[in-house]
Design a binder for this molecule. Structure first.
Ligand SMILES: Nc1nc2c(ncn2[C@@H]2O[C@H](COP(=O)(O)OP(=O)(O)OP(=O)(O)O)[C@@H](O)[C@H]2O)c(=O)[nH]1
Ligand SMILES: [Mg+2]
Length: 366
């Protein structure tokens, strides 16, 4: 498996109202990048993300699931959260693990209760928000009305960046207003102009120059956008059809270019359990996370946060017999170990207290 530096990692979590197509979209990302040789489907029980028997039975997600793809020298870790409000804890967990919440909307249904809830949560957690309008292949889509409703609900900083070419049966794909502004569909020309101007607000100097009539190049725009998205100053709106594999490649390209890495978003605040003092942590590979051991017994630890990204590199393999064991360093005072890339985001590692610290056993997924 290729090794990636923290700056080249993108952790995204797919959230939104149930049945907006999050899992199908995740499967489409795996298929597009050949991480999966066939297109997984929730409907026939072959989804990579909805793999638990109960999920296959119910045909909806229950647990947060993870998989990775590799695009343009970047590792994109995809977390797929369930949409049903009963499982909101999984979405919260995923948002704490990711730097970008991809809020999926069903193009026909529009904004629903859980869309708003996910927006508020992502804002609270302090991660970037991308809006993905999925199911663009369905009939009776009123794209411009949907954009208006998104802006009325979530604010004017939401900018359409991937515009649809047609909709319903005639949906052919998407056009980027960043890289192919001239190619925007005629019927959406006004929206493309508006979006392009809004994107200039990514940088104060850039918008000033633009308003003074000085030309702004695509390169300048591309360079300014990641920071504006990471800070939530602008929220990109993308669209796709997961089912028809349209807009999927453009989504991957967009995430690889514009989504924040673990280094690009504000450090997290927490409370030191012993000193009871507030602590701030930024993603630093050399400093694995501090986990608070809540008592004896066995614990299940799932590696899926950007902290677990440090954890991953702080794991020390202690091979005993045929069973690989991993010592988790910096857990309640246990010293750090040698950097070794053994368990990745999405790995489940059984942990139990030993010698005053934690010791983990068999990683289920590397
Ligand atoms: N027509 C069409 N159907 C889609 C598309 N994406 C998903 N679906 C269908 O919509 C249904 C729900 O898809 P899921 O991927 O399970 O949706 P989800 O958002 O993961 O649902 P929860 O896990 O319950 O929150 C399935 O029957 C999919 O086949 C799409 O782009 N177009
Ligand atoms: Mg799902």
């Amino acid at each position: 498996m290729p090794k990636y530096e923290t700056k080249d990692i993108r952790n995204i979590v797919l959230v939104g109202h149930n049945s907006s197509g999050k899992t199908t979209f995740g499967d489409a990302l795996l298929f597009k990048t050949k991480a999966n040789a066939r297109m997984g489907s929730v409907d026939d029980g072959s989804s990579i993300f909805d793999f638990e028997p109960e999920e296959k039975d119910r045909k909806n997600s229950i647990d947060l699931a993870a998989a990775s793809v590799h695009v343009q020298g970047r590792e994109i870790n995809i977390l797929d959260a369930p949409g049903y409000p009963d499982f909101v804890g999984e979405a919260i967990c995923g948002m704490n693990a990711a730097e970008t919440a991809v809020i999926c909307i069903n193009a026909v249904d529009g904004i629903r209760v859980n869309t708003r809830k996910m927006w508020e949560l992502a804002q609270k957690v302090g991660i970037a928000r991308f809006i993905l309008i999925n199911k663009m292949d369905l009939d009776n889509i009123k794209f411009l009305d949907l954009i208006t409703s998104i802006r009325e609900t979530f604010g004017k900083d939401c900018v359409p960046v991937l515009l649809p070419q047609g909709s319903g049966d005639a949906f052919k794909g998407v056009v980027s207003v960043i890289t192919n502004y001239a190619g925007a569909p005629n019927e959406l020309r006004d929206l493309a102009d508006e979006s392009r101007e809004k994107l200039m607000e990514a940088d104060d100097k850039m918008i000033e120059e633009y308003l003074e009539g000085k030309p702004v190049t695509t390169e300048e725009l591309v360079a300014a956008l990641p920071k504006a998205f990471a800070q939530g100053k602008l929220v990109p709106i993308l669209c796709a059809s997961a089912k028809k594999d349209l807009g999927v490649a453009e989504f991957l390209d967009f995430v690889a270019k514009f989504a924040p890495s673990p280094l690009d978003i504000a450090p997290k605040k927490g409370v030191d359990p012993e000193k009871k003092a507030e602590v701030t942590r930024q993603a630093v590979r050399q400093r694995p996370p501090h986990l608070h051991h809540g008592g004896g017994g066995r614990h299940r630890l799932r590696l899926q946060s950007r902290r677990s990204e440090h954890l991953r590199h702080g794991l020390r393999s202690e091979r005993a017999g045929a069973v690989p064991e991993f010592r988790v360093p910096a857990v309640d005072g246990v010293d750090g170990g040698r950097a070794e890339d053994q368990a990745g985001p999405g790995s489940d590692v059984g942990v139990h207290a030993q010698d005053g610290g934690f010791r983990s056993d068999v990683p289920l997924l590397a």
